[in-house]
Design a protein. Structure first.
Length: 346
């Protein structure tokens, strides 16, 4: 272990060792996780859980449509990343930034190591993107990038740790976008609310990309002497692919944020116009009432005396249209009744 005065990051002191005793069984772990994803989707989420939670919002989506598939995939991806965050936060921080190695026990006296947990969660993340590749009509750039197989040579240990850094940023910065798209489908007409969450999603993905670039390149530079030539060339190229995918997602959220702003302004404009029509209709009814009141004083009863007129005005809303019904009453019987707000009692 390095001296306390040594300010180099812990990752530079990680020994070259096997990642986990489970590493030879990575393919089996990946297959089991994929089977679990399929079972959860076909037997829990789609037939039971999502219809129970979202009701007509989900059941109205056509079977097999991109809208329905995307809605399901966002739930699977969000739940998977949340579970990975719970399982891998402690071993990731301990190995990458503190004093643990990949062979350090996950818990005191346990035979499960930090590397075991990280191997399993890495397969969970890869399986999630394979599931996305199979069921999404449009493949996201990040799904292609994270599915690329890296060179496995003598730098496999530090390479794996660096990949966990990439994965950690992907999980943290991409969790909110999954939630954002789900809310977008559930509340499509809440423009003010959607505008806020799209703005937050754009900010978090952009800042997450910047932070990921700074940290990854810092660790990559700190380990420069330990990389093979192949990885010295491949790492910057892969990082450019990751960054481009994340910035593309940020740009999409900026576009959605602007669109919700336009829809919100149009909604407020329509609302103001409807309120303006309502005010004009009420003004016309006031004029009609005044006119009916003046003419009512000139009406005379059969007994030769004048009768006092009473005017009742009822504003009836029917959709966007409005009509005003005026009824002039005298001595408990109707003298006149009109359906137009512009008419006057004769």
């Amino acid at each position: 272990m390095a001296k306390p005065s040594d300010g180099s990051p812990h990752i530079t002191k990680v020994p070259l060792e096997t990642i986990s005793k489970l590493a030879p069984f990575s393919g089996l772990i990946l297959s089991i996780i994929l089977i679990l994803y399929f079972a959860i989707r076909f037997y829990i989420l789609e037939p039971i859980l999502l219809p129970l939670i979202y009701k007509s919002t989900f059941t109205s989506m056509p079977l097999g449509s991109p809208l329905r598939l995307g809605f399901i995939n966002h739930h699977i991806a969000g739940l998977t990343k949340f579970l990975i965050l719970l399982l891998a936060a402690y071993p990731f921080i301990s190995v990458a930034f503190l004093t643990s190695s990949l062979h350090t026990p996950f818990a005191k006296g346990s035979s499960v190591t930090m590397g075991d947990i990280l191997i399993v969660v890495a397969q969970m993340l890869i399986a999630m993107y394979i599931f996305e590749l199979l069921y999404r009509p449009k493949i996201s750039p990040s799904a292609i990038a994270i599915s690329l197989d890296l060179v496995k040579e003598r730098d496999a240990t530090i390479e794996f740790i660096l990949c966990t850094v990439w994965g950690a940023f992907d999980i943290i910065s991409e969790f909110l976008p999954h939630l954002t798209i789900i809310l977008y489908r559930v509340y499509p007409h809440s423009h003010a609310f959607l505008r806020k969450i799209f703005r937050i999603a754009a900010i978090t993905t952009f800042t997450g990309t910047l932070a990921e670039t700074v940290l990854t390149m810092f660790l990559f530079g700190s380990l420069w002497e330990r990389w093979t030539l192949a990885f010295k060339v491949a790492t910057p190229m892969l990082h450019v692919v990751f960054t481009a995918a994340q910035l593309w997602g940020t740009w999409n959220f900026v576009g959605l944020y602007r669109r919700q702003g336009v829809l919100l302004r149009e909604y407020e404009k329509r609302k103001d116009e409807e309120e303006g029509r309502g005010d004009r209709s009420l003004s016309l009814s006031e004029e009609a009432r005044d006119g009916n009141g003046g003419s009512g004083e000139g009406h005379e009863s059969r007994g030769g005396g004048k009768t006092e007129g009473a005017v009742s005005v009822v504003v009836v809303r029917q959709g966007d249209a409005q009509r005003v019904k005026e009824t002039t009453l005298s001595n408990d019987f109707a003298i006149s009744e009109r359906g137009s707000p512009n008419s006057r009692t004769s």
